[in-house]
Design a binder for this molecule. Structure first.
Ligand code: C2E
Ligand code: MG
Ligand code: MG
Length: 329
């Protein structure tokens, strides 16, 4: 019933709903624990995507306990400043020079060691901590940019991943711009990465925000391209600079064995739309050779370097930065 489109004025809206289901007697006899278990099931349902349902099961509470610890630790980590940014170079495919770097957050957990963003970013999003975390990332990257500039390196773009929740904040453009300027950053050399899914949700509002970000000087990229559902009509309207081909497609390339028609198509489309194309997750020489053959402009991946802390990146930058970067604004 909820899926039936609603006509409001000239617009058509569709509602979605997730359901968490707890069964009386099996999952609790009192209202409170029943409701609690239904909410637990709902959280699992939500993590699976839109319009789905999930029955409660006892095993969920185990992961919920771990989850509660993670939440508490995450809040403490923000106060104790346990985060660092690692950087992974983006490389020009023909000249093998570094044309930019992507900032990737790491959590230096006091007992668990380095925790991956794949684990804690979703929790930060659900717990309403993502904006605070994201602001820290922008601040730290801006300060790093200033430090590199002061050490005599030529300017090069730093890519920053922006969560959808942050992107939808009302005063996003003003807020980000202030942080960058206060911390000595230069928006012309900061590229904001947004995933396809984020951009395509409410695409008309997205166009307006992207335009404002462009007017403030930022570069813009579509991350993990090919995994979502892009409206090609909108793709053309977004003031985007860069298209990042998701690792899933690059992974399939083994020269002489499997072709990757989708990778080829994305490279072709990116070029036709005059976008800078970056292939993500390049691990082998064969993948690189294929991408080069198809005219892909640049790549990022373990083959050249894993994401590394700034002190390990510096020698790479000194050896592989061109005098003036071709990707500059
Ligand atoms: P992403 O933005 O698509 O970043 C690329 C991910 O691929 C990184 O994982 C990187 O370490 C990994 N990678 C790069 N090259 C290779 C390769 O050759 N092989 C393989 N197997 N992996 C490769 P990481 O750092 O764990 O980040 C995962 C995701 O977490 C990122 O995906 C991004 O969506 C998110 N993320 C990271 N840092 C931030 C942040 O500061 N803010 C937000 N909102 N999200 C972040
Ligand atoms: Mg990214
Ligand atoms: Mg990506």
């Amino acid at each position: 019933s909820l899926g039936t489109p609603l006509h409001i004025g000239n617009a058509t809206k569709t509602l979605t709903a997730n359901n968490g289901i707890a069964i009386p007697a099996t999952d609790g006899t009192e209202a409170d624990p029943l409701l609690h278990n239904a909410v637990t099931a709902l959280q699992t349902a939500k993590s699976r995507g839109h319009s789905t349902y999930q029955y409660y099961s006892g095993s969920m509470n185990v992961s919920i306990a771990a989850r509660v610890t993670l939440e508490q630790d995450l809040r403490a980590a923000l106060t104790a400043n346990q985060f660092v940014l690692y950087y992974q170079p983006q490389v020009d495919i023909l000249s093998e020079t570094v044309i930019g770097v992507e900032a990737l957050i790491r959590w230096l957990h006091p007992t668990r060691g380095v925790v991956s963003p794949a684990e804690f970013i979703p929790v930060a999003e659900e717990e309403g901590l993502i904006v605070q975390l994201s602001e820290w990332v922008i601040k730290d990257a801006s300060q790093q940019q200033k430090a590199w500039r002061n050490s005599g390196l030529p300017p090069f773009p730093i890519s920053i991943n922006l969560s959808g929740l942050h992107f939808r904040q009302r005063n996003l453009v003003h807020q980000i711009s202030s942080i960058v300027h206060e911390n000595g950053g230069d928006p012309r050399y900061l590229e904001l990465e947004l995933t396809e899914g984020v951009l395509m949700t409410d695409a008309s509002t997205t166009v307006a925000t992207l335009k404002q970000l462009k007017e403030s000087g930022f570069r813009l990229a579509i991350d993990d391209f090919g995994t979502g559902y892009s409206s090609l009509a909108y793709l053309q309207r977004f003031p985007i600079d860069t298209l990042k081909i998701d690792r899933a497609f690059v992974k399939d390339i083994k020269l002489g064995k499997i072709d990757s028609p989708i990778t080829r198509a994305i490279i072709g489309m990116g070029r036709a739309l005059k976008l800078h194309v970056v292939a993500e997750g390049v691990e082998t020489r064969d993948q690189l050779a294929f991408l080069r053959m198809q005219g892909c402009a640049s790549y990022q991946g373990f083959l050249f370097s894993k994401p590394v802390p700034p002190n390990q990146l510096l020698p790479l930058l000194r050896n592989h930065l061109p005098q003036s970067t071709p990707k500059s604004a």
